[in-house]
Design a protein around this ligand. Structure first.
Ligand SMILES: Nc1ncnc2c1ncn2[C@@H]1O[C@H](COP(=O)(O)OP(=O)(O)OP(=O)(O)O)[C@@H](O)[C@H]1O
Length: 299
C-alpha cells in the first residue's frame, strides 16, 4: 500500500500553490514534508484528503482515490485545530471516532488507552475549553489516530507542545509506524524530521526542490561542514575560496565548504596560526540543506 502523488498542480485563481508535485510514500514509512511558510504543504494535505480538488494530476492511496469510503483508513491532524470548545473531551472523541466508523464501545476503550498514554486521563470529563493549548493539541492528536488509521497525515504535530510532550508524541507516532502505519507529517523543526523520517521532500513555492531518503538528500547536497575550535584568530580562513558560509561560536567556527580539499586547506591554514583544539568534517544537517535550498531569501 502506498500513497502516490503524480504531477499534481493546484491553482487558486492565477496563483499556483502546488506546482506539478510528484512523490511516493511507501507503506510503513515515516515521510517528512518540509517547506517554508506558504510553500504548499497544507494545500497538498488537503488534496490528499480530498478536501480540495487538484487542477491537474492524480492522488491515490492503495491505487484508489481517497473518498468518504476510504475515510476510516485515514487519520488527519489539521493545521487549524478544530475541536468543539464546549463539548467534553470524551464525548467529543467518541463523536469523532464514530465519524471514522468506530463503534461506541471500541471508541471508549481507545480513548481511555490514549488518554492514559498521553498522561491526561483526568481530562476525559472536562470541556475542551478548560484545557491548556498543549493538552487540546494532544486531544486532537488522539482524534486523528484513535481509529487506528493506515495512513496518518499530521500537519505540524509538534507545534505548541513542550519538550516532554514532544517526546511523548514522537514515541506514540514511532509505535504507530512500527505497527505498520504510513505517516506523513509537516514540520518546521528540521531536527524532528531528521530524527524520525526515512524519506522527505522539501517544497519551495509549490515546487519540489529536494526529495529522497535522508542519506540520499545529504549525499547529493555536496557541501560539507568543517568544525575548527581554536583559541587563535582564524578570521583569515573565512576568505579561502570554496568556503560558502561561516558560523562563529565561542569555541571556534563552523565552515560550510564545497569539497574535502577545501577542508584540508582550512586545516593547513588554521595550523599556521598555532595549535587547534578540535577539527572535524561533519555531514550537513537538514537545517543547512533547508537554508541553502529555500531559506536564503528569508535570511
Ligand atoms: N483557499 C485559498 N485561496 C487562495 N490562496 C490560498 C488558499 N489556500 C492556500 N492559499 C495560498 O497557497 C499558498 C500555500 O499555502 P499552504 O497553506 O499550503 O502553505 P503551507 O506550506 O502549509 O504554509 P505554513 O507552513 O505557513 O502552514 C499560500 O500562498 C497561501 O496563501
Amino acid at each position: 500500500m502506498s500513497l502516490q502523488i503524480e504531477n499534481v498542480t493546484k491553482r487558486f485563481g492565477d496563483f499556483t500553490a502546488v506546482d506539478n508535485l510528484t512523490l511516493s510514500v511507501n507503506e510503513g514509512t515515516m515521510y517528512g514534508f518540509l517547506g517554508a511558510n506558504g510553500a504548499g504543504k497544507t494545500t497538498t494535505f488537503r488534496m490528499i484528503l480530498g478536501l480540495l480538488n487538484a487542477n491537474e494530476g492524480r492522488i491515490t492511496w492503495n491505487n484508489k482515490s481517497i473518498t468518504y469510503a476510504t475515510s476510516p483508513e485515514i487519520g488527519y491532524l489539521p493545521e487549524e485545530r478544530g475541536l468543539y470548545p464546549k463539548m467534553k473531551v470524551e464525548e467529543q472523541l467518541i463523536f469523532l471516532g464514530q465519524l471514522r466508523g468506530m463503534k461506541k464501545p471500541d471508541a471508549k476503550l481507545a480513548i481511555k488507552q490514549w488518554l492514559e498514554r498521553m498522561e491526561i486521563p483526568q481530562y476525559a470529563t472536562k470541556k475542551v475549553e478548560e484545557l491548556s493549548k498543549g493538552n487540546q493539541q494532544k486531544i486532537q492528536v488522539i482524534a486523528s489516530l484513535m481509529h487506528n488509521p493506515k495512513l496518518l497525515i499530521l500537519d505540524e504535530p509538534f507545534s505548541g507542545l513542550d519538550p516532554v510532550n514532544v517526546e511523548m508524541l514522537k514515541s506514540a507516532i514511532i509505535d504507530f509506524r512500527n505497527n505498520g502505519a504510513t505517516i506523513v507529517f509537516s514540520s518546521h523543526r528540521m531536527d524532528h524530521v531528521e530524527e524520525l523520517c526515512e524519506q522527505l521532500s522539501i517544497i519551495d513555492h509549490g515546487k519540489q526542490v529536494v526529495s529522497g531518503s535522508l542519506r540520499e538528500v545529504k549525499r547529493s547536497f555536496g557541501n560539507q561542514n568543517v568544525r575548527i575550535n581554536s583559541d587563535n584568530d582564524l578570521s583569515h580562513l573565512d576568505l579561502i575560496s570554496g568556503v560558502t558560509s561561516v558560523r562563529k561560536s565561542m569555541e571556534g567556527a563552523l565552515y560550510q565548504v564545497e569539497s574535502e580539499s577545501v577542508a584540508e586547506q582550512l586545516l593547513a591554514a588554521a595550523l599556521k596560526s598555532g595549535p587547534i583544539r578540535h577539527f572535524a568534517i561533519e555531514e550537513p544537517s537538514l537545517q543547512d540543506i533547508f537554508i541553502e535550498k529555500v531559506g536564503k531569501e528569508h535570511a
